[in-house]
Design a protein around this ligand. Structure first.
Ligand SMILES: NC(=O)c1ccc[n+]([C@@H]2O[C@H](COP(=O)([O-])OP(=O)(O)OC[C@H]3O[C@@H](n4cnc5c(N)ncnc54)[C@H](O)[C@@H]3O)[C@@H](O)[C@H]2O)c1
Length: 434
């Protein structure tokens, strides 16, 4: 199969690389010449574990190429995937479809033969039909079908998620498109991964419903964590006891500083907006969004309490600022609420993150970046564990306590045991829901 992948971000690049690893001939397109230049030089513009090796292997095998020229890329392909961003539209929560629709029009102008135009970006229900209209408007004679193929990969584990998915969802309207999609995903089909073929609208809805559900699950446990703190229960035990129930499951049941990232905040906002537009308010999702904002504010108050009521003049070391470990993605990370609150309150903030600097440098003004936790902790009054990178899971607590002026710890990912932290010489320890 010959595939063009439009957009080489977290989803487009991983999907393009993995499709080429399936044996397809893939050309990845981005309108950002700097990204394409890097990719052509064998460099991956994002941090995603394992992506560089897999990319190089397929480039060397001659199956994977990169270009800024959408027109030549689309020429003669069986399928064109749209994997461009769909951020929140300023002001109203709606998914901004500017990039998707622009890509659709460009594809229309470039089509020379029949192809399936597949939307991988997360888009509101009805968008695939709008994509079809945009292509038809640009090329009234073109032969094509549209397909919806929402992506469920998680940053940080993207390759494994793509290669071993819980399911692949494909929304189509014609046999021909279904056949091409099935040929593209044949390697997964042969290994018995479920491929669910459905209509366009259901495929579009599955993605939003799944993300809103996961956001609700996280938010639910965060709310229970707040109550645990008041009644003397331990959220880790509560989560475990709940998660052992097969109907509930243990995933997405870890209390923390609130969800963030490139998907949950914008997808919950978009679902709420779709509900409003159809006069079916998504009340649970709207509440989840509100509660999640409250969770982040609650974390700021926790830190303030540990600083005796004021950040002014305190030195705070923050470990981890990306929205989760194993990614360099900072979009909507809780750190973007918590760190500015510290800086704004007059604290001197030091930050350590294995991959966060490239993005974080611009997003977190007024902080000092350190190479390791021990340097950051030097003479600090508070240590905040914000993102649970592996390298922060087995810290030398004694060394940290000795380096700090007032050794106090806010463990917002519930990594450590209170007794161990206090035994190591910390004078105060707070976590989430314990
Ligand atoms: N990031 C995730 O974990 C994730 C997971 C599942 C689904 N999604 C969805 O996938 C989509 C893409 O997300 P992302 O995180 O990869 O976005 P991203 O912002 O990382 O990448 C988008 C890329 O598209 C390029 N682009 C935009 N318009 C273009 C055009 N007309 N032609 C060529 N290139 C163009 C941009 O330059 C950019 O490189 C979104 O809809 C998102 O909701 C993301």
């Amino acid at each position: 199969m010959r595939i063009a992948m439009i957009g080489t971000g977290y989803v487009g690049l991983v999907s393009g690389v993995c499709f080429s690893d399936f044996g397809h001939e893939v050309i990845c397109v981005d309108r950002d010449p700097a990204k394409i230049e890097m990719l052509e030089a064998g460099k991956v513009p994002i941090f995603e574990p394992g992506l560089d090796d897999l990319m190089m292997r397929n480039v060397q095998a001659g199956r994977l190429t990169f270009t800024t020229d959408l027109k030549t890329a689309v020429d003669g392909v069986d399928a064109v995937f749209i994997a461009v961003g769909t951020p929140t539209r300023r002001g109203d929560g709606h998914a901004d479809l500017t990039y998707v629709m622009a890509a659709a029009a460009e594809i229309g102008q470039a089509l020379t033969d029949y192809a399936v135009i597949v939307t991988k970006s997360t888009v509101p229900v009805g968008t695939n039909r709008k994509v079809a209209e945009a292509v038809r408007a640009a090329a009234p004679e073109a032969a094509f079908d549209v397909a919806s193929n929402p992506e469920f990969l998680r940053e940080g584990a993207a390759i494994d998620d793509f290669m071993r998915p819980d399911r692949v969802v494909v929304g189509v309207e014609s046999e021909r498109a279904a056949q091409i999609m099935s040929d593209i995903y044949r390697p997964l089909y042969l290994r018995d991964f479920p491929i669910m073929v459905t209509d366009l609208e259901s495929a579009e809805m599955i993605k939003y419903a799944a993300n809103a559900f996961l956001a609700a699950k996280i938010t639910f446990i965060n709310e229970i964590a707040a109550l645990c703190e008041r009644v003397g229960a331990d959220i880790k035990k509560v989560s475990k006891g709940m998660g052992l129930d097969g109907r509930i499951g243990n995933k997405f049941l870890h209390a923390g500083p609130g969800y963030g990232g490139s998907c949950f905040p914008k997808d919950t906002a978009a679902l709420a907006r779709i509900g409003q537009e159809h006069a079916v308010p998504m009340q649970i999702t709207e509440t989840v969004m509100r509660v999640n904002e409250g969770v982040k504010s609650r974390m700021v108050e926790k830190l303030r309490d540990l600083c005796d009521g004021s950040f002014n003049g305190k030195t705070v070391a923050v470990l981890g600022v990306t929205f989760k470990p194993n990614t360099d993605d900072m979009r909507e990370a809780p750190s973007l609420t918590i760190v500015p609150a510290l800086v704004g309150g007059g604290a001197k903030v030091r930050v350590v993150d294995p991959e966060g600097f490239r993005e974080g440098e611009h997003l977190l003004p007024g902080v000092a970046w350190c190479d390791d936790p021990y340097a950051a902790a030097e003479t600090a009054d508070l240590l905040v564990l914000l993102t649970e990178w592996n390298e922060f899971r087995a810290l030398d607590l004694k060394r940290l306590a000795e380096a700090m002026t007032a050794p106090r710890m806010a463990d917002l990912r519930n990594i450590y045991k209170r007794a161990d932290v206090i035994d190591a010489g910390f004078e105060a320890y707070d976590a989430v829901g314990r």
